[in-house]
Design a protein around this ligand. Structure first.
Ligand code: GLC
Length: 445
């Protein structure tokens, strides 16, 4: 399979993408003059590094993932009537914020409406009023979520699926164009509601901009007219960060799923989104095994060392809760993140190209943070290509590590702390400059 590349990548970026196994979705999206955020506008998002994704809806009652209605061919009426059972007990969206904090997330993206059409807010544009306000719960969960985000100083993101299985026109947009048009009208109306009803959100995360489950988000742009849709979004939320999955190129790239990231640094803004559990589905499944701590840490490190963000999905049950198992793993993982926060938040990937399974680096100002993935293999390496003279080499908490300089530096790992992925701080005498995201941003200003 040929790797499809973002057209704007050239030179070094192109080279690293070719070597990488990052698989960006929705490449080749429509370009629209003036719609993309500048480097400065998206800086907060890149600095934030870690987000939490929340898949929760009517499907969470059934425990077979968010595609259950489609996969099990559930008749519309029986699925719709689930809303009479949708009434989480003792539930507050604040509990999600506690989890997000525990995880070390700086932003949350809540699924406000998935492909099943059930909206988690009071949505006048919802076709047949299929909303949580009209469910047993009689609650507006998007409003509650947004309030909780603000209360916890968490950046607030909405996932929204333009497509909706309830419309036969989705499956035959040409033959049933009138019905498909209704679905499109719902999409425009609902996105506008999300941009205006609860104050301005920080992130808009589209998914499912294809048609009839064929092609890609970008090949369906003729129908959705994402230029028009996102111009409307920008008119209400000029600085909102938008993903690429509406058919417009978006402000960042997306890699979806649990495949391990390898290869070179990708200096364009990008985000990996994946599940904390097995990844068999994004919505709740009972006893879905949570990933091992070691795996989670390595995944995070592999992404940030290649200059990406990471969005971890949780799948609460019908009452909006996570199992103790999952919460405990999140806590352990978050503890590791907190202990290494200096090397994570507000950094950029690099300046040294990663060596797969051996080490990656991040940097901020004069400091390079070197994450050791394999001590034995790393100890045989010389670190070269540092953009300045070395002032000191220490552990993260400041204990000096011996090193020798020559062509590069060779670090003695004897006193490295016992850690899944130990981190070494190399302080230089000069501020480190990001390499080449210039190419990405200047091209579109
Ligand atoms: C996949 C799944 C979808 C989920 C999305 C999250 O596309 O099919 O259900 O919401 O990933 O990125």
């Amino acid at each position: 399979m040929p790797v499809i590349l973002p057209k704007e990548l050239t030179g070094a970026e192109l080279q690293s993408m070719l070597k990488s196994n990052v698989n960006f979705k929705s490449l080749g999206g429509m370009r629209v003059e003036g719609l993309k955020l500048s480097e400065e506008d998206i800086k907060w998002w890149r600095d934030a590094k870690i987000g939490m994704f929340i898949h929760w809806g009517l499907y969470s009652l059934l425990g077979q993932g968010e595609w259950v209605r489609y996969n099990e061919k559930l008749p519309y009426c029986s699925y719709e009537s689930l809303k009479n059972e949708f009434d989480p007990v003792d539930f507050s969206t604040d509990s999600w914020m506690d989890i997000a904090r525990s995880l070390g997330a700086n932003y949350c993206v809540m699924v406000t409406r998935h492909h099943d059409g059930f909206s988690l807010w009071d949505s006048p544009a919802s076709y047949r009023g299929f909303t949580s306000v009209n469910s047993a719960a009689k609650r507006d969960f998007v409003k509650e979520f947004t309030r909780s985000c603000r209360k916890y100083s968490m950046k607030c993101g909405y996932y929204y699926s333009p497509m909706d299985w309830r419309f036969p026109g989705y499956f035959d947009p040409v033959g049933l164009s009138g019905n498909a048009e209704l679905m499109k009208r719902q999409c425009y109306g609902q996105v506008e509601e999300l941009m205006t009803q609860y104050g301005v959100p920080d992130i808009l995360w589209y998914d499912g901009g294809w048609l009839a489950h064929k092609g890609s988000d970008t090949s369906s742009a003729w129908f959705w007219e994402p230029d028009k849709l996102n111009k409307m979004v920008r008119s209400h939320a000029p600085k909102i960060v938008i993903n690429p999955r509406s058919g417009w190129e978006g402000d960042f790239y997306c890699d979806e799923g649990s495949s391990v990231i390898s290869g070179g640094i990708i200096t364009v803004p990008w985000e990996k989104n994946l599940c904390l559990c097995s990844g068999a589905s994004w919505g709740w499944m009972e006893n879905d095994p949570v990933q091992e701590l070691d795996w989670l840490i390595r995944m995070l490190v592999n992404v940030i060392g290649r200059d990406g963000n990471i969005l971890w999905n949780i799948a609460p049950d019908k009452n909006g809760r996570l199992s103790e198992n999952v919460k405990n793993r999140i806590k352990e993982f978050g503890d590791w993140i907190r202990q290494h926060r200096e090397a994570i938040y507000g950094t950029r990937g690099g300046p040294i190209e990663p060596v797969d399974d051996v080490f990656v680096t991040t940097f901020r100002e004069n400091d390079v943070f070197l994450f050791v993935l394999d001590k034995v293999r790393f100890s045989k390496n010389v670190v070269s290509g540092l953009p300045g003279n070395v002032l000191s080499v220490t552990t993260l908490d400041g204990k000096p590590l011996a090193y020798t300089s020559g062509e590069g530096i060779k670090i003695d790992l004897q006193h490295l702390p016992d850690d899944v992925v130990p981190v070494i701080r190399i302080s230089l005498d000069a501020e480190i400059k990001p390499v080449s995201s210039q190419v990405y941003f200047t091209a579109r200003q």
